[in-house]
Design a protein around this ligand. Structure first.
Ligand code: NAD
Length: 486
């Protein structure tokens, strides 16, 4: 089966129902080569309005369909993510600059999200309450109607499907706005898989547009819930717009996650975890290890091993070479990374590896002697950069790790797991991994951050997904009409 045809998606293959595209064909660029590898139909705000209207109309029948029907569509979608993985991997690698294991992770988690969503369709939808009156009293969960999903460029398939699949399973229609740089991985793939899986026409709409289309989606009165994944700066704008229209916004935002390395660990393993945490997918992951906090007695050795790894990691075009790191998504992201690295070095940090680039290929970079207000330490870099600082005691580690507006993920490496739990208790973070680095995702786990990393919203697992994509209704039933005194 060829899910993606010839690479031209200007609306025609989706019958006008899946890709809203008045903005005309837009080229899709491969970051590794700069080549055009396809085109998609760019959506504008009028397309968005048409999509939400049609989604609202289609949602009623979808919600009224048997849960078995919804589960079957999602199960089939999960199977397609597995059976068509080879074709999808090539696209994910070319469009997002991913190495094969990252592309495989995207399709694997996408399949799992669909299988979990299929099971969610048959999940109990509420509870029977006690009532002081002679009546039956229920709290039941109903679909919200149309869910808007806005996703970023870095893990576009997972970050779209993690909201699309559960929202559909629970009887909602969905309008999906991926980042225009990854319209295929974050949108077309999902639309095509669900189309092949038998999703009725009109229940999912794809609107690959820019900020103005995202903003219109948040402000559309037919969309009561928006699931947004992206930067904290844009998340604040989405939150403001959502407050004006009283839209419920789930905000999954940026991070600057710390990896704490205590002096009782195997340093080879610790540095390997640290390298993966900072360099995986060129550091373009919300959970990327943005700060390495290493106990002073082992810090020099840790820096040495990590720098050695950074200098030897192969960087290049993942489609044609055996590499561990591919390209940065575009020049503007690369320039932001480089400005933060050079700004930190000018501010006194020592560059022990990397700090250079060729085209969009940025060398894995290690910085030491870095002050806590250096740009590459204090901000989310979103690039392959490992800033390292050291601490003496546990209290200092807690203070350093907590000294950030973000709170997405935290890694703690120590042989003393109860010391790890103590640190987890004391440092605000939505996710903590003891004896692992900061990046991990599973369809069954409630994913989300605190502070500037999000509103504490959670996606993943039945409880979080039901809370995110349904409304609670209090329903009472009694056999006779109550007699009132007037
Ligand atoms: P971004 O915020 O610039 O864009 C994200 C999405 O929002 C895109 O689809 C974009 O077109 C859209 N958008 C832009 N302006 C908008 C507006 N005013 N209204 C509505 N939508 C708008 O994000 P980015 O910089 O491209 O992506 C990287 C960021 O995403 C990083 O900060 C990263 O940490 C974060 N992220 C968070 C998670 C998480 O789960 N917490 C996961 C991945 C990425």
């Amino acid at each position: 089966m060829a899910l993606l045809d010839d690479g031209g998606w200007d609306g025609r293959i989706f019958n006008g129902s899946w890709v809203e595209s008045s903005g005309g064909p837009t080229p899709i660029r491969e970051p590794a080569t700069g080549d055009q590898i396809g085109s998609y139909g760019r959506a504008n705000t009028e397309d968005l309005a048409a999509a939400t209207e049609r989604a609202a109309a289609a949602q009623r029948d979808w919600a009224a369909a048997s849960f078995e029907e919804r589960a079957a569509v999602l199960r089939h979608a999960g199977e397609l993510f597995e059976s068509e993985a080879d074709e999808l991997h090539t696209w994910i690698m070319r469009e997002t600059g991913a190495i094969t294991p990252k592309a495989a992770l995207e399709t694997h988690v996408a399949a799992q999200e669909c299988f979990e969503a299929a099971a969610l369709a048959s999940h109990p939808t509420g509870e029977i309450l006690r009532s002081a009156q002679p009546r039956m009293s229920l709290a039941r969960r109903l679909p919200v109607g149309v869910v808007g999903v806005i996703s970023p460029f870095n893990f576009p398939l997972i970050l779209s499907i993690r909201s699309v699949a559960p929202a559909l399973a629970l009887g909602n229609a969905v309008v999906l706005k991926p980042d225009p740089r990854t319209a295929v991985t974050g949108g077309v793939i999902i639309a095509r898989v669900l189309q092949e899986a038998g999703l009725p026409e009109g229940v999912l709409h794809l609107v690959p547009g820019g900020a103005e289309v995202g903003q219109a989606l948040v402000e559309d009165p037919r969309v009561p819930v928006v699931s947004f994944t992206g930067s904290t700066a844009v998340g604040r704008k989405v939150g403001e717009a959502a407050a004006r229209t009283l839209t419920r916004a789930h905000l999954e935002l940026g991070g600057n996650s710390a990896l704490i390395v205590l002096d009782d660990v195997d340093l080879d393993l610790a540095a390997s975890a640290g390298a993966f945490g900072s360099f995986m997918h060129q550091g373009q992951i919300c959970m990327t290890t943005g700060r390495h906090l290493v106990q002073r007695g082992v810090a020099d050795e840790y820096v040495e091993i990590l720098a050695d790894k950074a200098k030897n990691i192969p960087v290049g075009n993942p489609l044609t070479e055996q590499v561990a790191l591919g390209p940065i998504i575009d020049e503007s992201q690369r320039d932001k990374i480089h400005d933060m690295v050079t700004g930190s070095v000018e501010g006194g940090a020592t560059l022990v590896a990397g700090g250079t680039y060729e085209g969009l290929f940025y060398q894995p970079t290690v910085l030491t002697d870095i002050s806590t207000n250096s740009p590459a330490y204090a901000n989310e870099v979103f690039g392959p950069v490992a800033p390292i600082t050291s601490f003496d005691g546990i209290d200092e580690a807690v203070a350093l790790a907590s000294d950030t507006e973000y709170g997405l993920s935290l890694g703690i490496l120590t042989r003393d797991v109860m010391k790890g739990v103590d640190l987890a208790d004391r440092i605000p973070s939505g996710i903590v991994h003891i004896n692992d680095q900061t990046i991990s995702d599973e369809a069954v786990a409630p994913f989300g951050g605190v502070g500037a990393s999000g509103t504490g919203a959670r996606l993943g697992g039945p409880a979080a997904n039901i809370a995110a994509f349904t409304d609670t209704q209090w329903l009472t039933l009694q056999g006779e009409i109550t007699r009132y005194p007037f």
